[in-house]
Design a protein around this ligand. Structure first.
Ligand code: GDP
Ligand code: MG
Length: 161
């Protein structure tokens, strides 16, 4: 089945987004990075398309994961997904690890959509612009906790299935 991995740094809101899409609380959301212990998946249906969404700690990029051996594992986990939701934190701005993840996705020629999370209100919308520095054509601003723009994100995924 077409598989969609949610990828991004710890604490950007991957599990919150996963739960929002699943419509219930399956993944553990926590303020402490690295809380998603097990691989969690959900079969989503949208616009008549079916796809599997993954939230796993394997996609959490901690500093130590950038060490050679761990990076290898990260690469291997990348192969599981056909498409990625590359999630970044609109409150924190562009992080050096975001650039690394972006470069890996390009290098591996993995299709992805960049979603800037934690855009909870109009005031925070300006935070989205700096992420164009990552060199993407399109960005979807979302708020996983407020459920903002999730439909647009799912539309984008369904287009690619
Ligand atoms: P993960 O480590 O990437 O899986 O991140 P989590 O889903 O566990 O969320 C980390 C923290 O960010 C939690 O405190 C969430 O409540 C918070 N968070 C997630 N999405 C949003 C959002 O859209 N807006 C705001 N303000 N906080 C969010
Ligand atoms: Mg998580």
């Amino acid at each position: 089945m077409f598989t969609v991995g949610i990828i991004g740094r710890p604490n950007v809101g991957k599990s919150t987004l996963f739960n929002r899409i699943a419509g219930r609380r399956i993944a553990i959301v926590d303020d402490m990075p690295g809380v998603t212990r097990d691989r969690i998946e959900y079969i989503a249906e949208w616009q008549g398309k079916k796809f599997k969404i993954l939230d796993t700690c394997g996609y959490d990029l901690r500093e130590d994961l950038l060490k050679k051996e761990m990076l290898k594992q990260f690469y291997a986990s990348l192969d599981e997904s056909d498409f990625f939701i590359f999630l970044v934190d609109g409150k924190e701005g562009v992080h050096p690890l975001d650039e690394i993840v972006c470069n890996i996705l390009r290098e591996k020629e993995k299709p992805f959509i960049l979603a800037v999370n934690k855009i909870d209100n109009e005031k925070s919308e300006a935070n989205v612009l700096e992420f164009y520095a990552l060199g993407v054509d399109e960005i979807i601003p979302i708020s996983a906790t407020h459920g903002k723009n999730i439909d647009e994100l799912l539309d984008k995924i369904a287009e690619n299935v």
